[in-house]
Design a binder for this molecule. Structure first.
Ligand SMILES: NC(=O)c1ccc[n+]([C@@H]2O[C@H](COP(=O)([O-])OP(=O)(O)OC[C@H]3O[C@@H](n4cnc5c(N)ncnc54)[C@H](OP(=O)(O)O)[C@@H]3O)[C@@H](O)[C@H]2O)c1
Length: 256
């Protein structure tokens, strides 16, 4: 059986992940394997985008589900040209507003699943394959009242950059995508009516623009992709100022 060239996208049911799928349809891949929890949304995606879309509904906090996906890749005899780890979420509030299990789940989806999906897909990658891990501008500094989320994204950013160095000798690149606020369902998922929480989300980018920049940066082999002037400015400032000051600026900007 001849090998099939594919892309794999997590978090494909909406927002940034869905925009990545739209762009990848223009790339030289025969099929796109899309992953999210919501099977109905994935089925709609397939109806919308056609038969090159293959749906794999799964909860990425379930490690066995990820291992089973690895077994499916083996059975399908594939080469993975792109892996986009876009699934992830935040909760707006303090550590007291989050349950123990809720906190650990966020780490499972935002961090563990990114690592596990990478390792499961790696044996099917070859020279020229690209991994895009969606981190965030939140990765640049600690963010009180968005603290756990920011810490998970700092993990994704650092892990991705180190992985990029490790995989260079195989010709595989890893890009840590670090966008600022994006207009998606992210905010509905993050809102938990906490007393103290971020409420000022400016500037707001559109997901198609962020996805376009992320894919073109990944194709150039860039280790980090930062969309927009404001986020690039914050990136620079975070390299110059002590984290204590960065946190004060964040709290001031959010009126917290
Ligand atoms: N929006 C922003 O302001 C912003 C800024 C910077 C970075 N980001 C990052 O960008 C990425 C995409 O977020 P988005 O803005 O596109 O938000 P979104 O529209 O809410 O999309 C989140 C995606 O993640 C999936 N997902 C969440 N939990 C999952 C789980 N346990 N198992 C499988 N899939 C799961 C969702 O699938 P279901 O629909 O099936 O739940 C959905 O497809 C995230 O990593 C986010 O942290 C977002």
């Amino acid at each position: 059986m001849e090998k099939k060239t594919i892309a794999v996208v997590t978090g494909a049911s909406g927002g940034l992940g869905k925009e990545m799928v739209k762009l990848l349809l223009w790339e030289d891949v025969q099929e796109i394997f899309v992953i999210a929890k919501d099977e109905e949304k994935l089925s709609r995606l397939r109806q919308e985008m056609g038969e090159r879309i293959r749906i794999f509904p799964m909860d990425l906090s379930d490690r066995d589900a990820i291992l089973n996906f690895g077994a499916a890749l083996l059975a399908e005899n594939v080469t993975i040209r792109y892996l986009v780890n876009s699934a992830g979420y935040a909760k707006f509030g303090s550590c007291r507003d989050l349950s123990v299990l809720g906190s650990v789940d966020m780490i499972d989806v935002n961090c563990s699943a990114v690592v596990a999906m990478g390792l499961v897909c790696l044996p099917f990658m070859e020279q020229g394959s690209r991994i895009l891990n969606i981190a965030s501008q939140a990765a640049f500094q600690p963010l009180p009242y968005l603290n756990l989320y920011a810490a998970t994204k700092a993990f994704v950013r650092n892990y991705s950059r180190g992985l990029n160095e490790e995989l260079k000798e195989d010709g595989i690149t890893v890009t840590a995508v670090c966008p600022g606020w994006i207009r998606t369902d992210f905010f509905d998922r993050a809102e938990i009516d906490a007393k103290k929480a971020p409420t000022r989300f400016f500037p707001m980018a559109s997901p198609d623009q962020v996805a376009f920049k992320a894919l073109s940066d990944a194709k150039k082999g860039k280790p980090i992709s930062v969309y927009g002037l404001y986020t690039r400015f914050c990136h620079l400032v975070s390299k110059l100022l002590p984290q204590k000051w960065m946190m004060k600026l964040w709290l001031f900007q959010q009126g917290l």
